[in-house]
Design a protein around this ligand. Structure first.
Ligand SMILES: *[C@@H]1O[C@H](CO)[C@@H](O)[C@H](O)[C@H]1NC(C)=O
Ligand SMILES: *[C@@H]1O[C@H](CO)[C@@H](O)[C@H](O)[C@H]1NC(C)=O
Ligand SMILES: *[C@@H]1O[C@H](CO)[C@@H](O)[C@H](O)[C@H]1NC(C)=O
Length: 426
């Protein structure tokens, strides 16, 4: 087991921002929260399997919502589920997680919650027990969510949620787990940063009720000027490298270089239910890996997952083979020396994922059951062909190289290069 706990700097950029056509003054914005990265490579599921399970759950959840799905269709396509309602929303795979310490109640208890842009319920209690305080209000609803490789069910409360001293949310809907599976010791639940619609059907009996997310409430309560979250992850190859931060309601210009390219949320289903975008992927100067298509950006997925046909093209171009010990694609060191960049074209801007950025941290080869002389790749097979409306997932290993902005207010996602985009870390 490898546990990477990294110390972050809490950065508060002072400033006064007044909201357009509003008298509400924002005293601190952007407001940032440190994020810890945690790697548990002893998990039973390998990265690829776990990431794929999440991808399947994600597509499945959207299909289940479509009209006309019969019970029979459900039983044919669904893995076993908890008693309804428990829509299969994908979440973290438990192997590599970015977590933030979040306070709940008054006085607040601190919970270590997974930063997840692929699901939207915020909940606690997987490991550490929730204790009612003066701000805790139990609702009459049960809450349940099934994730790609885990689940939780319990009771929906509203409570005070404290992200930092200046970032306090009153009456936030939170789930309090009475049962959960797939969450490691020390991980207490999820901070859901996905679109609000993903909370649909998670409550019972109030199935059609949406639960405003932490972003919705921070905005509604006048704490942040815009429904926007920006995330900085950084690559790591040891236990001592500084890692990430999340900024609420603004961007942290110290974390990226150049301009941010914004692209609208894709119109293609099911990617449009998440932080979905259109992009194309090229290998080297001219080899098409994936023609322009829809997929998602997701902090709860570890790898960069591409549709099976794209992976076939990538293997052919790079010489990579599937390593059946780790489940990852593998190169010899000679092949790695010749590996070319992947170029992602998003919203007219091309982002270069260098050869170095395509490698799993070599210092951590042993942790995934690999051998020192091989190079394992963080590009993996999504498990479905392209053309299905969700043909890639730009997961943590992508976000670690590009600053990412999740902008609910303007229905768009932004990317920018960072000092780590072209860094040699592997
Ligand atoms: C790591 O994952 C394994 C398998 O899922 C689990 O049994 C173990 O408790 C985890 N370790 C920690 C520290 O959470
Ligand atoms: C994304 O791609 C789809 C399919 O090619 C296209 O219909 C759509 O206009 C593109 N742009 C957006 C923002 O969805
Ligand atoms: C892994 O690969 C080796 C050699 O390529 C093969 O002999 C072995 O059967 C494979 N194991 C599995 C579990 O596929």
């Amino acid at each position: 087991m490898l546990l990477v706990n990294i110390v972050y700097i809490l950065l508060l950029l002072p400033g006064v921002i007044s909201r357009h056509r509003s008298t509400i003054k924002i005293t601190h914005s952007p407001i940032t929260l440190p994020i810890a990265k945690r790697i548990n490579a002893t998990g039973i599921m390998k990265f690829v399997e776990a990431d794929r399970a999440r991808a399947r759950a994600l597509v499945h959840m959207v299909k289940m919502r479509g009209a006309g799905f019969t019970v029979r269709a459900r039983s044919l396509t669904c893995p076993p589920r908890e008693p309804a309602p428990a829509p299969a929303i994908p979440a973290t795979n438990g192997l590599v997680q970015y977590t933030a310490s979040v306070g709940v109640g008054s006085p607040a208890s601190q919970f270590s919650l997974v930063i997840d842009t692929g699901s939207s319920n915020t909940w606690v209690g997987a490991t550490k027990k929730f204790v009612k305080t003066s701000t805790s209000v139990q609702t009459s609803n049960r809450v349940a969510v099934t994730y790609g490789s885990g689940s939780f069910s319990g009771t929906e409360f509203t409570d005070r949620v404290t992200l930092s001293s200046t970032l306090v949310i009153n009456n936030q809907g939170i789930g309090v787990a009475s049962a959960s599976s797939g969450f490691d010791e020390g991980v207490d639940g999820i901070l859901g940063l996905g679109p609000t619609d993903l909370t649909l059907d998670t409550l019972s009996p109030a199935t059609s009720t949406l639960i405003p997310t932490v972003i919705d409430n921070l905005f509604a309560q006048g704490t942040i000027p815009s429904r926007l979250v920006a995330i900085s992850f950084e690559p790591t190859n040891s236990e001592t490298i500084t890692n990430g931060e999340i900024t609420f309601g603004g961007i942290d210009s110290s974390k990226f270089t150049g301009a941010i390219t914004f692209v609208p949320i894709t119109t293609t289903s099911p990617a449009n239910e998440f932080w979905g975008i259109n992009q194309s992927v090229r290998y080297g100067t001219s080899t098409t890996i994936l023609s322009t298509t829809a997929g998602i950006v997701d902090t709860g997925t570890v790898l960069l997952l591409l549709a099976t046909n794209a992976i076939t093209a990538y293997k052919k171009a790079s010489g990579a083979v599937l390593d059946n010990t780790t489940g990852l694609l593998r190169l010899t060191t000679a092949q790695f020396a010749a590996l070319q960049s992947l170029f992602f074209t998003i919203g007219g801007t091309t982002f270069e994922l260098t050869a170095n950025a395509q490698a799993w941290p070599r210092n951590l080869n042993a942790d995934i059951g690999g051998t020192a002389n091989n190079v394992y790749l963080i590009v993996g097979d999504l498990g479905t062909p392209s053309g299905e409306g969700l043909d890639f997932i730009n997961g943590q290993t992508f976000i670690e190289r590009f600053y990412t902005v999740f902008d609910t207010t303007n229905n768009r996602v932004g990317f920018a290069t960072t000092p780590f985009t072209t860094a040699t870390t592997n």
